[in-house]
Design a protein around this ligand. Structure first.
Ligand code: SAM
Length: 219
């Protein structure tokens, strides 16, 4: 039986993609920036334009719409910067709905159908992520009580952990090798890509359920 296909929009270096791959999907990633570390089929394009044109060709779609909002820069030579300044969630969600495919959106403003945290997967990171779904139903996971603080300096005080800050630099925040180990990502050592990544464990959890539900629909 052939593997189901999944389109990962705004894929960056593929933290989310890797989880779906492990869950059994053939993954294609789309990002506006070149991502030479991305480990699967890659298309450099605007995600909204791509999903409008090609979204229906895939069995399921994931999008991590960027979450930096602000003044709109949508034209001219700075067009490639627009994602840093514009909330793509409403437009992106509408374009995904129009494909008729089941989807997953990960974004701080997404509807929190499921909220995932590293503690649910035994990872030493908190990295809470809101997950909005359409066309299928994931199980919620219990959220274990955090066992302590995030390692590093806060307001002049040093905290020992047990969790790692996988963003920013200095002040006790995780080094690149620590980030790689904590997130479960060994195919990129680019700080920015690790800072942005969803731990593959999150999307493997979602993807296994999504793949099982797709099988029921198509069999
Ligand atoms: C938060 S990161 C995604 C992280 C990814 N899900 C992971 O797990 O590794 C957001 C990505 O969106 C990309 N991006 C921003 N605007 C975009 C657009 N209009 N089209 C495609 N990609 C875009 C950025 O280059 C960045 O790589």
């Amino acid at each position: 039986m052939s593997r189901p296909t999944l389109l990962d929009l705004c894929c960056c270096a593929g933290g989310a993609s890797m989880g779906y791959h492990r869950a059994g999907f053939d993954v294609t990633g789309v990002d506006i920036a070149p991502r030479p570390n991305y480990p699967f089929t890659f298309v450099q394009a605007d995600a909204i334009e791509y999903v409008r044109e090609h979204g229906h060709e895939y069995d399921a779609i994931h999008a991590s719409w960027p979450c930096q909002f602000g003044a709109a820069i949508t034209k001219g030579t700075n067009r490639h910067l627009r994602s840093r300044y514009v909330n793509l969630l409403p437009e992106g969600r509408a374009a995904m709905l129009a494909t008729g495919r089941p989807y997953v959106i990960e974004n701080p403003e997404a509807r929190p159908d499921v909220v995932l945290c590293g503690t649910q997967f035994g990872l030493p990171v908190l990295r809470h992520r809101r997950i909005e779904v359409h066309g299928w139903t994931p199980m919620a996971l219990p959220h274990p009580k955090h066992r302590g603080r995030v390692r590093g300096w806060r307001h002049g005080q040093y905290h020992d952990g047990p969790y790692l800050a996988v963003y920013g630099k200095g002040g006790g925040k995780a080094t690149v090798p620590e980030m790689q180990a904590a997130l479960g990502i060994d195919w990129t050592d680019v700080h920015e890509e690790l800072t942005e990544a969803i731990p593959p464990a999150y999307t493997q959890y979602l993807g296994e359920q999504l793949a099982a539900q797709l099988q029921v629909v198509t069999s």
